[in-house]
Design a protein around this ligand. Structure first.
Ligand code: FE
Length: 199
């Protein structure tokens, strides 16, 4: 085969291979290297579903990339991903306001423990250091979030964890809102991409 043919064949293969087939999350061994966010964005990607705010949201959370502070116990978690439009373009300056229970399943309704917001960067990326939330009666493990693009509507939703026994029993739980998880030596890592309907 000539170099020219080889080149053409390579181009054809690259073009013909659906993204899903080369997506690292289909190969368990590759998963450890590149933790994918869910869901992947593509032509048929639906916007991230909204979910109930619940009773524990507090306005005006502090802007901070880490919710870790003295006195907070629990397994460390780094949550990150992107905010994309339905045509898969990253959205910068999106405000993501997180709130969650502590390791004992308690919310801080007086102050801002385990509450805070971050902004996406120019590539639409966000990152938050926190802990894996504890369980409280009636719910599976989850993190609440409000996602607000500049000048756009707020998406209120919740993120869930894979392989949780409580997922089956929680009527609000949605598999589409599960993070991709990976456990590292110092912290767990969770990835989730939010997809927002274009304004
Ligand atoms: Fe909750």
């Amino acid at each position: 085969m000539s170099d020219r043919h080889r080149f053409q064949l390579r181009r054809m293969l690259v073009r013909a291979t659906p993204a899903a087939l080369i997506a690292p999350w289909l190969a368990p061994h590759a998963r450890a290297q590149a933790l994918p966010a869910t869901p992947a964005c593509g032509p048929d990607t639906a916007p991230t579903a909204s979910q109930a705010e619940g009773p524990y949201y507090s306005r005006r959370s502090p802007q901070r990339s880490s919710l870790l502070e003295p006195g907070i116990s629990g397994e460390r978690l780094v949550l990150g991903g992107k905010v994309l439009s339905t045509d898969c373009k990253p959205i910068a300056d999106v405000l993501l306001d997180f709130w969650q229970a502590d390791a004992q399943g308690e919310y801080d309704n007086q102050g801002y423990r385990l509450r805070g917001h971050v902004l996406t960067d120019a590539e639409g990326r966000y990152r938050l250091e926190t802990i894996i939330p504890g369980l409280y009666p009636g719910r599976t493990r989850h993190i609440h979030v409000k996602v607000q693009p500049p000048g756009g509507r707020v998406l209120t939703t919740q993120l869930y964890f894979p392989s949780e026994a409580g997922n089956r029993r929680d009527s609000i739980y949605s598999p589409a809102l599960e993070v991709a998880m990976q456990r590292g030596p110092e912290s767990a890592q969770a990835a989730f991409d939010f997809v927002l309907r274009r304004a």
